[in-house]
Design a protein around this ligand. Structure first.
Ligand code: ATP
Length: 584
């Protein structure tokens, strides 16, 4: 298959802002793709070569790409650099520089894929020169349009806004017989986090083969997430009158994959974080009896002397590439396990929680540093509250209450797990995690940086990011000073396709960064687009007096608070006001 076909589709995708049309264009592309190539085409279309969890980024530095373009087009480097600063995009520059070329396209998808993969993997002495050479040779053979997208892919800037859900929709349409196949594909994706793998299975084996996809050691499972409630009665009712209540530890979630060869740790965002936690790897080797297993737990920082639990902020000092030995001594950790998804050949995700928990107990050899999350079977509000107080007294955030009969809903936030946290004093009972989608220039003391950020929630149904508030408070001076650098890679002149906004910020920001925000309350708003028409015709939801709490590096944009959650929070807030003594 010729790479030109991909390049032409990309050009058309870029011109549309309609998700439906985008899905159509992708479907057309998948129909033209030989089945054996579908995985590569899927990765390339999202600007990748491999699933994210493998951590292989193409990441050619822009400077190096400028040199490759200069070499391939026979243009002096300074001229390329000058045009780049005028155009702001090296893809457009190379397309223009090659515009006189009229030769027929010859590059195949495999050639482009394999060359970029080599470029991504070359390391060690002389790596830069070798990368430059490969990239320049590839570009010299490309048509102008192909060169544009090769450069963008190589520099990590192919951002057409094709979300995972859009790819799944197109795959369902082409290989699954239509929209009704979506849940099967989505489940397969949630169990493996690998769109290319799912694409290949559905393309080659149809829906039957896709239904048979099981969890695999080495492919992270998208995490099951909890809903939240602060009323214990409502909580117990939702879980059918009884639940397994567990401490909600304030650390970092890890998904642990163990087989004969290795122990691999994945973060909540499914990035490999094994290297950060050699101590946790040791704990797993010592404590997990099963030969092959996938288990989940929370890594928590503990006080070296007393063994007391320490807050999440302490653990964040462990997020580093260098000096790990030193950090391990200063901030030791404990591991609290709370789920078993696979053990010795058996996929446990469809089994009720009580059974998974029993397996976890069976395969764990507990000690001081590695044990099951403290738990209790709870049948009354009194028991729940007592256990909650105990959890908080021991340094936890609260409880996660689980339906004993609940399956593991990979990738979903549902009512089978409900978190029960301490109430904040404000009307908003919990903070929310929002995505930065725009920024406004600062004035006065904030001149030279940004003064406020436009924040959005996530809408999984539309795979879109509608806005909820503009946040300008809660930032320290140091944070504000660093903000331009933090946002720089994501700044756009045009509104990113998945952002839904009635406001025009000074600059748009590609959805990537997630910040935790707390506010006074949730209100109806004629300006913000989250939950538009969901509560009232012609109005969305907004957060009043929002304040920045912290960056959530452990979350990606689609892990942000959803529109549905905001609507729920708004409704709950109304109920609370209606039942409070002042309002009667
Ligand atoms: P938060 O922002 O509250 O950490 P989240 O969006 O990361 O939430 P939720 O599913 O809403 O995830 O809350 C559950 C989180 O709590 C898990 O992701 C995990 O990191 C943590 N946790 C701590 N103890 C437990 C436990 N016993 N069972 C499940 N999750 C736990």
């Amino acid at each position: 298959m010729k790479y030109q076909i991909l390049a032409e589709t990309y050009a058309r995708i870029e011109r549309t802002s309609s998700r439906l049309e985008m899905t159509e264009l992708l479907s057309e592309l998948f129909r033209k793709t030989p089945r054996s190539l579908i995985a590569r085409v899927v990765y390339l279309t999202q600007g990748k070569l491999h699933p994210d969890f493998e951590g292989i980024e193409i990441g050619v530095a822009e400077k190096l790409a400028v040199r490759a373009v200069a070499q391939a087009t026979g243009t002096p480097q300074e001229v390329v650099a000058r045009q780049l600063s005028r155009e702001g995009d090296l893809g457009t520059v190379v397309e223009k520089l090659l515009s006189h070329k009229t030769h027929k396209p010859t590059l195949t998808v495999d050639e482009v894929y394999e060359t970029l993969d080599q470029v991504a993997r070359i390391s060690g002495a002389g790596a830069q020169a070798a990368k430059l050479e490969r990239l320049a040779q590839l570009l010299a053979r490309a048509t102008p349009l192909e060169a544009k997208y090769i450069v963008r892919t190589a520099t990590g800037k192919l951002r057409m806004g094709v979300g995972d859900m859009t790819v799944l929709d197109a795959l369902a349409a082409v290989f699954g017989g239509g929209r009704q196949a979506r849940p099967v594909l989505e489940r397969a994706y949630n169990l493996t986090s690998d769109l290319g793998y799912v694409a290949q299975i559905v393309a080659e084996g149809g829906l039957e083969a896709t239904r048979k996809i099981r969890v695999v050691v080495g492919k992270p499972i998208r995490p099951m997430l909890a809903e939240r409630l602060s009323d214990p009665e409502e909580l117990l009712r939702k879980l059918g009158g009884r639940c397994i209540a567990e401490y909600k530890y304030d650390g970092e979630r890890v998904q642990i994959h163990k087989d004969a060869k290795a122990v691999t740790l994945y973060s909540r965002r499914l990035e490999r974080i094994t290297d950060q936690y050699p101590d946790v790897v040791d704990l797993v080797r010592r404590s997990i009896r099963a030969k092959d297993a996938i288990v989940e737990g929370e890594v928590v920082a503990i006080d070296a002397e007393s063994g007391d639990l320490l807050p999440f902020q302490e653990l964040m000092h462990r997020r580093r590439k260098y000096g790990i030995e030193e950090a391990m001594r200063q901030i030791p950790t404990a591991l609290y396990l709370f789920d078993a998804l696979y053990a010795d050949g058996e996929d446990l995700t469809e089994r009720p929680y009580a059974q998974r928990h029993a397996v976890l107990e069976r395969i764990t050899r507990e000690d001081d540093r590695c044990r099951l999350a403290a738990w209790r079977e709870v049948r009354s509000v009194r028991e729940l509250e007592a256990f909650f107080e105990q959890a908080v007294a021991e340094g936890c955030e609260g409880l996660v209450c689980k339906a004993p009969g609940g399956v593991y809903q990979a990738g979903a936030r549902g009512w089978l797990w409900i978190k029960f946290k301490r109430e904040y004093r404000s009307e908003m009972t919990d903070s929310v995690d929002l995505v930065v989608v725009g920024a406004l220039y600062g004035r006065g003391r904030r001149a030279g940086t940004y003064g406020a950020l436009l924040m959005a929630a996530y809408d999984p149904d539309e795979d879109a990011f509608p806005t909820v508030c503009k946040v300008g408070s809660g930032f320290t001076d140091q944070f504000l000073a660093e903000l331009p650098k933090m946002l720089a890679p994501y700044i756009r002149k045009e509104k990113p396709p998945r952002v839904v906004s009635r406001m025009e910020p000074d600059v748009w920001v590609e959805p990537a960064l997630v910040f935790e925000i707390v506010g006074a309350e949730i209100t109806l708003s004629p300006i913000h687009t989250a939950g538009w028409n969901a509560v009232r015709e012609g109005a969305g939801l907004a957060i009043r007096f929002p304040r920045f709490l912290r960056v959530r590096e452990d979350k990606g944009p689609t892990d942000a608070t959803t529109v549905r959650e905001l609507v729920e929070m708004y409704r709950r807030q109304l109920r609370k006001v209606a039942s409070s003594p002042e309002s009667s």
